[in-house]
Design a protein around this ligand. Structure first.
Ligand code: AMP
Ligand code: GLY
Length: 427
């Protein structure tokens, strides 16, 4: 079959790497892809936001399946456009993608169906937001309702921080239209995990648990990013907590959406906070997590394509995923200045130095080719991902591979996996 994958990040490199391993797939196009993806699939120069061009390409090539990596084309409605042309697509409709595209919609849906999540209010003007914040007190969390590349949630330890957050979003409009509406919610304590599931409109097939590291610096300090590293499995998400998350959160959400006439198909990513056996939803995303996707797909032994097809237009009934019992861990290498502004065009050294390491993949994210040299072209540049017996060994192997790579201003966290490794030490 012929598959078109949309996107150009580390997540899409991991998806491409996994999809081309399927015996079902003859051709994989990736729009627009990146230099890492170009080594394993055919990249075509259509940006992920160019919906009409993407649909025209899919129609012209009579593509059998479109897999949408990032959230922007989904919230803009690419799945509806493709379905109207009779092309199967892995990804939710525009209406269902509002689960990520509008935090106000997401919070209201969960509240209507009593699905556990932090208490909240939504606002369209700074004064009423500030009044509510003063009533509630700090710590408190201020979020853009719209998409902000993982950077629109501001955790405020003091009222002063919260005042500034409201100003940044609603007055200075740092996040543009994403900040037209804000969600102010209660601060949750606990341990964060990511639980992703394939969804066919009715059924859910959970993936293994994963844990992200959102803050830029070691020890989870500094501003939030799109994610600086991830691993799977997440020991914090035990089997019984996973079942609880499915029964109390994922399935009720999928049922609520079907009942409200916006059935969900695709991958559903729940950002969960676990505290003393209670689980609450922090966020929903309507696509694979980046970088969670990288370690998850390195551990997934089943062919991914039947799952993508079942979500696109079939049924997941009776399907389960085989996992590599080993752990996988991904370290994100970022450009200096990220998550703020950062330079581009720095030559990357060490990408093809030495013999390839076994069970290590270097997934490209923000890279491009300049005169046959791979250079930096984004904030998150590479995702070095390794398998190992346990998280500690996966970590050691990933950092060994990281040590081979360098460029001017490279920055990365040196503690990816620390929570799981602490747990491994205790057992
Ligand atoms: P979001 O974009 O909503 O996932 O938020 C990004 C990150 O901010 C989350 O991964 C958490 O680390 C943090 N965060 C968001 N909401 C809350 C909350 N209600 N309480 C504590 N931390 C939060
Ligand atoms: N890693 C977090 C996200 O993809 O939103």
């Amino acid at each position: 079959m012929k598959v078109l994958l949309i996107g150009s990040g580390g997540r899409e490199h991991a998806l491409a790497w996994k999809i081309v391993q399927s015996p079902l797939v003859k051709t994989l196009w990736v729009a627009p892809g990146n230099p890492g993806i170009a080594a394993i699939a055919t990249c075509i120069p259509i940006q992920a936001e160019k919906l009409d061009d993407l649909v025209a390409f899919a129609v012209e090539k009579a593509v059998d399946l479109v897999v949408v990596g990032p959230e922007i084309p989904l919230t803009a409605g690419i799945a509806d456009l493709l379905r109207n042309q009779g092309i199967p697509v892995f990804g939710p409709s525009k209406a269902a993608a509002a689960l990520e595209g509008s935090k106000a919609y997401m919070k209201d849906l969960l509240a209507r169906h009593n699905i556990p999540s932090a208490p909240y209010r939504t606002f369209r003007d700074p004064e009423s937001a500030w009044n509510y914040i003063q009533e509630q007190g700090a710590p408190i969390v201020v979020k853009t309702s719209g998409l902000a590349a993982g950077k629109g949630a501001i955790v405020c330890q003091t009222l002063d921080d919260a005042k500034q957050a409201v100003e940044r979003i609603m007055v200075k409009r740092e996040f543009g239209e994403a900040g037209n509406e804000i969600v102010v919610e209660g601060f949750l304590v606990g341990e964060e995990v990511s639980l992703l599931a394939f969804v066919d409109g009715e059924r859910v097939v959970p993936l293994a648990g994963a844990q992200d590291h959102k803050a830029i610096w070691d020890g989870d300090t500094g501003p939030n990013t799109g994610g600086m590293g991830a691993y799977s499995p997440a020991p914090a998400l035990t089997e019984s907590l996973t079942q609880q998350a499915i029964d109390q959160i994922l399935l009720p959400t999928v049922r609520a959406m079907a009942m409200e006439g916006t059935p969900y198909r695709g991958i559903l990513y729940a950002g969960l906070m676990i505290d003393n056996g209670a689980i609450q939803v922090l966020e929903y995303n309507v696509r694979f997590g980046d970088p969670e996707c990288q370690p998850l797909l390195m551990r997934m032994q089943s062919d991914i394509v039947p799952f993508l097809l079942a979500c696109a237009s079939g049924s997941l009934e009776g399907m389960t995923i085989q996992w590599d019992p080993r752990a996988a861990l991904c370290v994100v290498l970022a450009a200096q200045g990220y998550p703020g502004s950062y330079p581009k065009g720095d030559p990357i050294n060490g990408l093809d130095q030495g013999s390839p390491l076994i069970d290590v993949q270097i997934f490209h994210a923000g890279t491009r080719l300049e005169q046959n040299q791979v250079v930096t072209a984004g904030g998150r540049v590479l995702g070095v991902t390794a398998l190992g017996h346990g998280v500690a060994e996966a970590q050691r192997r990933a950092y060994e591979a990281v040590a081979r790579i360098s460029w001017n201003g490279i920055q990365f966290r040196r503690d990816i996996g620390y929570r799981a490794i602490d747990r491994e030490r205790q057992t």
